[in-house]
Design a protein. Structure first.
Length: 414
C-alpha cells in the first residue's frame, strides 16, 4: 500500500500543487488536483508529454460521447433503448457543460481555492485548528466515498456485457462509423471502449469532486469566522490577563486592540460573502442544468432498474448502483449548499454571543460594526439553480418526488 501511495504521489505531481497558495489549499484540494491531473483535464500543466496525453484522452472522450449521441438520435427506436442510452449520454453532456463553465471562470475558482490565505483568516487557537482539520477530513472522506461508489458502479457496468445474451455487446450504447461486430475487431474495440469509458466516467466524478471541495472549503471559513467572533474578547485578552478581565476590558489599550480585531473580522466576513456571491453567480446556470439532468436520470435509471428486476440481476444491480451515485451526488451538493446558508446565518448568533454586553459597545465604532455584521448575516447568500430553486435539502426532496412521479408515468406508458 505504501508503494502504491508513493507511486501515485510521484506520478500525479502537478502544477496546481506547485503553484498553490499555501498549506490550506493543499489540505482541501490536493486529492482533487491529483485525480484531475490523472484524468487528463488539468489546465495548468503545459508540458508536451502531458498535453499529448490530455489531448488523446480529450479526443477519445469526445468521440465516445458523440457516438453515444449518434446512437440516441439515430438508432434508438423503443422506449427501453432510449432510456438506456439517455442514462449515459445525459450525465456526460452535463459534465462537459459544467467543466466548460468552470474553465471559463477559472480565475474565480483559483481565488476561491486560495481564500484561506487571507491575512484575516485566523487559526491561532487549538479549537480553530481542529475545525479546519474536521472539515478537511470530512472533505477527504466524502471524496473517497464518491470515488468508491463510482468505481463500484463502473465494475457492474463492465460485468454486464460479459453475462448478457447479446453477442458483441459493449458496456455503453454507442454507434460507431465502422463495423466492429467480428471475432477479430470486437476484443480490440471492447478494450478501447472500456478504457475510454472509464476516463469519461472519471471526468464526470472529477467535476463532482471539485465542486464538493469548493463548498466544504467555504464552509470551513464560515465556521472558523463564527468561532473568531465568539472568542474575540478572549483573543484580545490573552491567556495571562483572563484573571483580571473586568479591569482590563475597560482600559483604552484593550479597547483599541478590540476595535482593530473587530475590523479584521468584519473585513473577513465581507471577503467570504464576496466569494460566496461569486460562487453563486458562476454556479447558477450549471446547477440548473444539473438539477434537470439529475431529475431525468433518476427517473430513467429507476425505470431501467424496475424493468431489470427479476429477469436480469446483473443489470438491476448495475442500475441500482448508478441510481445511488446520482442520488448521492445531488444530495451532497444540496446538503453542503444548505449548510453554507445555515453557517452564514450562524455568524449573526456568533456576534450576539461575542460578549458585547460587557460595556464594549460604548466604544465609538464597535456597535455600528457589530450591527453591520449581524444585519448582513440575517440575509445570507443562498446558492441557487438558475435563480429558480434554492440548492437545499428541501429542493432535493422535491426533485426526488418529481422523479418518482415521472417514473410512474413511464411505467404506465410501458
Amino acid at each position: 500500500m505504501g508503494l502504491f501511495h508513493r507511486l501515485w504521489t510521484k506520478s500525479t505531481q502537478c502544477k496546481a500543487l506547485e503553484q498553490s497558495s499555501g498549506k490550506y489549499e493543499i489540505l482541501f484540494f490536493e486529492s482533487v488536483y491529483r485525480v484531475t491531473y490523472f484524468s487528463g483535464w488539468a489546465y495548468l500543466d503545459n508540458s508536451i508529454i502531458y498535453r499529448m496525453y490530455s489531448g488523446i484522452l480529450t479526443l477519445s472522450v469526445g468521440f465516445l460521447i458523440f457516438c453515444e449521441a449518434w446512437q440516441l438520435f439515430s438508432a434508438s427506436t423503443s422506449l427501453d433503448s432510449v432510456v438506456e442510452n439517455v442514462n449515459a449520454t445525459l450525465i456526460h453532456f452535463i459534465a462537459l457543460y459544467r467543466y466548460k463553465n468552470m474553465k471559463e471562470n477559472k480565475v474565480i475558482y483559483r481565488k476561491l481555492a486560495s481564500a484561506m490565505e487571507s491575512p484575516y483568516f485566523d487559526t491561532s487557537t487549538p479549537r480553530r485548528k481542529e475545525l479546519v482539520r474536521f472539515w478537511s477530513q470530512r472533505n477527504e472522506r466524502f471524496l473517497k466515498l464518491l470515488l468508491c461508489l463510482g468505481a463500484c458502479t463502473l465494475t457492474a457496468w463492465h460485468i454486464y456485457p460479459l453475462v448478457d445474451d447479446i453477442d458483441y455487446n459493449l458496456m455503453v450504447s454507442a454507434r460507431f462509423p465502422f463495423k466492429y461486430q467480428t471475432p477479430i475487431r470486437f476484443p480490440i474495440v471492447y478494450v478501447v471502449v472500456l478504457i475510454v469509458f472509464n476516463y469519461t466516467s472519471l471526468f464526470v466524478m472529477v467535476n463532482d469532486l471539485m465542486m464538493q471541495a469548493h463548498l466544504m472549503h467555504l464552509l470551513c471559513q464560515y465556521t472558523v469566522l463564527g468561532d473568531c467572533f465568539e472568542s474575540i474578547i478572549d483573543d484580545c485578552l490573552g491567556e495571562k490577563n483572563k484573571n483580571d478581565e473586568k479591569h482590563i476590558i475597560m482600559t483604552s489599550n484593550f479597547k483599541e486592540k478590540y476595535l482593530m480585531r473587530l475590523n479584521e473580522l468584519v473585513e473577513q466576513h465581507k471577503f467570504i460573502l464576496d466569494n460566496t456571491a461569486e460562487l453563486k453567480q458562476s454556479l447558477s446556470v450549471p446547477m440548473l442544468g444539473q438539477l434537470a439532468a439529475s431529475t431525468m436520470l433518476i427517473c430513467c435509471v429507476s425505470y431501467q432498474a424496475t424493468r431489470a428486476a427479476g429477469p436480469n440481476n446483473v443489470k438491476f444491480f448495475m442500475s441500482l448502483l448508478y441510481l445511488m451515485y446520482n442520488l448521492f451526488e445531488l444530495f451532497i451538493f444540496c446538503k453542503w449548499c444548505d449548510e453554507i446558508k445555515l453557517q452564514s446565518e450562524n455568524i449573526g448568533n456568533s456576534v450576539y454571543c461575542s460578549g458585547w454586553e460587557r460595556g464594549l459597545t460604548a466604544t465609538p465604532g464597535v456597535g455600528a460594526r457589530l450591527l453591520l455584521v449581524a444585519t448582513r448575516a440575517r440575509r445570507p447568500l443562498v446558492l441557487t439553480a438558475g435563480g429558480l430553486f434554492d440548492l437545499s435539502l428541501a429542493s432535493y426532496t422535491t426533485m426526488v418526488k418529481t422523479s418518482y412521479s415521472a417514473l410512474t408515468v413511464l411505467l404506465r406508458l410501458r
